[in-house]
Design a protein around this ligand. Structure first.
Ligand SMILES: Nc1nc2c(ncn2[C@@H]2O[C@H](COP(=O)(O)OP(=O)(O)OP(=O)(O)O)[C@@H](O)[C@H]2O)c(=O)[nH]1
Ligand SMILES: [Mg+2]
Length: 583
């Protein structure tokens, strides 16, 4: 090998410009290249140097061109980095500068470009101007590199290549490059273009070289333009083609593309598959979701109706205008919710239980004598009955206390006798479950009845209580009065009406006692009393008037005992009248 050839070979190797004639399908150029190759081959003997475009130029230019190139080689390298970034733009600039449509085509950096050229639809000037108008910065140059590389590797439309060994070389190069992709990128693509352009500019002053560079630039621009077509080259369906070679980077790129496609598909809001929700067949909450909603709606409607009814009841209750006599009675007996200071100012000792029933300043001798005679006696328990057969013999006149559970029956017995703890009480409804008989002295019996309505007991047991109470109030011999206790806050309930109807049928005398008056305002106590009197005024067995009491505060207890109420129409309390009659 001559020194000149060696130098040329080294130079080419260093520049690593992949332009050559091996894959170029243009017949005219192929001929020229092959001629050159043959001539070089002849010169170099067995040596098989890479045939590149630069060699072509060097061969044409002769040894002088090669020497010039060696002299300017350093400056070319110094410009390379800068041009690497803006390679595409520079290529476009070069292409504009050397634009010539008649120039023979250099070895294209992409098959696409070649095909375009082959078809004759390649317009150098147009592409060059386009590249100038839309220069692609770094990304473009990278894409160009990859496009050029990918096209080189994957192009299935590779025409018949005259020199098969060059294709082999390309594949070998590609393999090596795949090991070091960065290095590979720095070799191929726009850098190759800029190197080629700079080389051409420096070593060839002829128009032909300029035209070649122009064509290269145009081809690269074509690659940029057809960049999306890379997917066609990467299409796995073409994998079966013997000409397609997938490098690792290409496979990676294909995989990334697939992932991106899937993500974009999901982002579009059109996921292909929905997650299936499995319903547990044994889970009641999962069943008949729609029905549940309907039930909820229906229950809500019912609740609304009840609320409306309740509102209307309340409105009706608030519309009641109690009589002045009832209002006066309420005020005189300090019924209703009162403040402690109010009780203290009235002279009551609030330290005592049921303080309103403890009036030390009582002046009525008659009333005191009655209380002394009857209610100062000891209250004693003597019998309890669960069934009617267990009732004690009716030796003494009986006064019974009936009413709903928790209404305060047992508490009232204690309050009347002021003997706390004789009768058991509880805040839980349903404590008293039997008919309890108490003797007050030797002439009167007080009977505590089990309650009805809501209670902490089984339905059958509660039904048995009701039946027992009904039997007692309707058949008990010696029963003089039934005090029917009504909670002042809630008023009368259907069960109360049932018992009233029964007593009316059995002609049992009964009197209404409003309990727990301390839980509501005084005006509401009066309203309730008025409401009940109005409702029951047609009843024959009813003993008027309704008595208002509070076992807690003691209000109305004394009136209940002695029955001497000036404002009450009857003028006498039922209990006291019974007691006076027996004493
Ligand atoms: N604020 C207030 N609470 C009362 C009054 N009378 C009774 N209570 C309370 O009401 C609850 C029930 O009292 P009880 O006497 O056990 O009622 P009951 O009617 O005998 O109930 P049963 O035996 O279940 O039928 C107890 O916690 C009493 O403290 C009252 O006048 N005012
Ligand atoms: Mg009780």
């Amino acid at each position: 090998m001559s020194a000149e050839a060696k130098l040329r070979y080294k130079l080419n190797k260093k520049l690593k410009i992949p332009v050559g004639n091996s894959k170029f399908s243009n017949n005219g150029r192929k001929k020229a290249d092959s001629t050159l190759y043959e001539s070089e081959k002849g010169k170099k003997g067995n040596l098989k140097p890479r045939v590149t475009g630069k060699k072509f130029h060097a061969a044409e230019e002769g040894s002088q061109g090669v020497l010039d190139k060696r002299e300017k080689f350093n400056s070319v390298n110094s410009d390379r980095r800068r041009k690497r970034i803006y390679g595409d733009q520079d290529a476009a600039g070069e292409a504009m500068r050397y634009s010539n449509s008649e120039a023979p085509y250099r070895k294209a950096l992409s098959r696409k470009g070649q095909n375009q050229v082959k078809d004759g639809s390649f317009d150098n000037e147009k592409n060059a101007s386009r590249s100038k108008l839309h220069p692609r910065p770094t990304w473009g140059s990278n894409g160009l590199q990859r496009t050029a590389f990918g096209t080189k590797c994957f192009s299935p439309t590779t025409p018949k290549v005259s020199n098969k060994t060059k294709i082999k070389d390309d594949f070998v190069n590609e393999k090596n490059n795949s090991r070091s992709p960065l290095h590979h990128r720095s070799i191929w693509g726009s850098n190759a273009l800029e190197n080629a352009a700079s080389e051409t500019k420096r070593f060839s002053s002829k128009d032909r070289s300029a035209k070649q560079v122009d064509n290269q630039a145009s081809a690269l621009k074509k690659h940029n333009k057809f960049k999306p077509d890379l997917s066609n080259h990467l299409d796995p369906s073409r994998e079966s083609s013997p000409h397609i070679y997938f490098s690792n980077s290409a496979k990676r790129k294909l995989r990334d593309k697939k992932i991106l496609d899937e993500e974009s598909h999901v982002i579009d809001g059109q996921p292909k598959k929905r997650k299936r929700i499995r319903l547990d067949p044994h889970d009641i909450s999962n069943k008949r979701f729609d029905d549940t909603i309907v039930i909820n709606e229906s229950t809500k409607e019912k609740e609304k109706d009840e609320e409306k009814a309740e509102i209307s009841k309340n409105a009706q209750f608030r519309a009641i205008q109690p009589s002045p006599s009832i209002l006066k009675y309420v005020e005189d007996n300090l019924l209703g919710r009162r403040r402690m200071i109010e009780l203290r100012r009235a002279g009551y000792n609030t330290e005592l239980s049921a303080p309103l029933d403890n009036i030390p300043s009582s002046t009525s001798s008659e009333r005191e004598s009655i209380e002394e005679n009857i209610f100062k006696n000891k209250l004693t328990f003597f019998a309890a009955a669960k069934v009617s057969s267990s009732f004690p013999p009716p030796d003494l006149p009986e006064i019974a206390f009936a009413g709903r559970s928790n209404v305060g029956k047992s508490s009232l017995l204690n309050a009347l006798t002021r003997q706390w703890g004789v009768v058991r009480t509880s805040d839980k409804p349903g404590l008293t479950q039997t008919i309890n008989f108490f003797n007050l002295g030797s002439k009167l019996s007080l009977v505590d009845l089990p309650g009805y309505g809501f209670a902490y007991a089984k339905e059958e047991v509660k039904d048995a209580w009701v039946e027992l109470v009904k039997e007692y109030v309707s058949t008990r011999v010696g029963l003089k009065r039934v005090c029917l206790l009504i909670d002042t806050k809630w008023g009368m309930k259907p069960r109360d009406h049932e018992l009233i109807d029964l007593m009316e049928r059995a002609q049992t005398k009964y009197q209404i006692l409003l309990t727990k008056t301390d839980t509501v305002f005084p005006i509401d106590v009066a309203r309730r009393a008025m409401q009940i009197e109005e409702r029951l005024k047609a009843n024959k067995s009813l003993v008027q008037p309704a008595v208002m009491v509070s076992s807690k505060s003691g209000a109305g207890i004394r009136s209940l005992r002695n029955g001497a109420s000036e404002d009450c129409s009857s003028g006498q309390s039922l209990i006291c009248s019974q007691a006076v009659a027996y004493f």
